[in-house]
Design a binder for this molecule. Sequence first.
Ligand code: NAD
Length: 362
Amino acid sequence: MASIGVAIIGAGGIALANHLPGIALCRDARLVAVCDSDPATLERARRQTGVAIASSDWRDIVGHDAVDAVIICTPNHVHAPIALAAIAAGKHVLCEKPIAMDASEALAMWRAAEQRGVRHMTAFTYRFVPAMRYLAHLVSAGAIGQPRHFRVQRLQDWGTRHLGWRQQQRFAASGELGDMLSHRIDYAHLLVGPLARLSADARQFVAERDGQPADVEDWVAILAAFANGATGVMESTKLATGCGEGKDSPDRCEVNGSEGTLVYQLGQPHHILRAGAAAGGLQVEAVPAAFLCHPGSPRDPAAGDPLVTFRYDQAVEFIAAIREERPCVPSFAAGCAVQVVMDAALRAAAARCWVDVTYPAP
Ligand SMILES: NC(=O)c1ccc[n+]([C@@H]2O[C@H](COP(=O)([O-])OP(=O)(O)OC[C@H]3O[C@@H](n4cnc5c(N)ncnc54)[C@H](O)[C@@H]3O)[C@@H](O)[C@H]2O)c1
């Protein structure tokens, strides 16, 4: 196969930060098209990338002959229509998280991609952090015995600043749940497995941001019962006053098993914390060299900022799966599973009760 032609649809923050450098890392792929509904953003992206194909309408892009694969980086409300059109045109699709507005949309995307036989991938970028890759390996190898408790906390202080489409339900579907907790629900599936049932609460404390109305939750928590008997506590907020944001704010994922404990922290992408069953407390452990890059990534793990560069391995996985004609990891199956949990959490929060979690088949 010749070089894989990739189109980016939605040339905003995440396209520039993660996807353009990710494609640049792939030796057997090249960016051929950009799309953004905002003319100024489109023009900036066209100049920056130098691509010949640029349009403000994604319909011009998804069926274009030069395009083999599409990366969807728009706000959430247009993920599904763009993905379904691209799939119908036989294009491979990498879609930003959350992949859809609800589980029925996500399931339709997963089914359509399977039926059309194209590669499909969800941008759960933090699976590619070396420390998370190593943690997943250790848990599945039985290093902490039987997982009993799963715990995540994403605590940031975004104050009352305007969040654009993120603060409106009609564009985002949910607030903190889809924006931040979706990645951590994916950790739960990766590290512990499917949920059997959950209870949840979601609250909105700030209803106006820089004078603009907001109608999504800015704090969310899920209490989870996993199918294997483990328990989970997941919390995420944009209003942890004074805690900072991004890499400088608390982001912790912990699994306690019968034989030990493992901890991942966002600010330490090349280290984990580990404790054995004997008293002695958590010890810092360096991630072994074999886990510092995704297999096949040409990246030098010592080059660049380790808090940033792991993100580029996501594109390497997408392109490799297309080339090798195998499923992407994580695929739309993972995106759909997270969407099922998110829908259940919103139902439980509204009804103030526990709800069963049932995952659909493709
Ligand atoms: N994987 C991650 O770590 C991660 C991080 C940030 C954002 N995201 C996800 O990426 C997506 C985009 O987020 P962002 O922060 O880049 O947002 P953004 O607002 O910075 O960029 C979105 C871009 O899409 C464009 N757009 C809107 N509607 C469009 C349409 N119909 N057709 C074409 N372009 C359109 C906007 O003009 C904008 O330039 C969201 O789904 C978000 O949840 C994922």
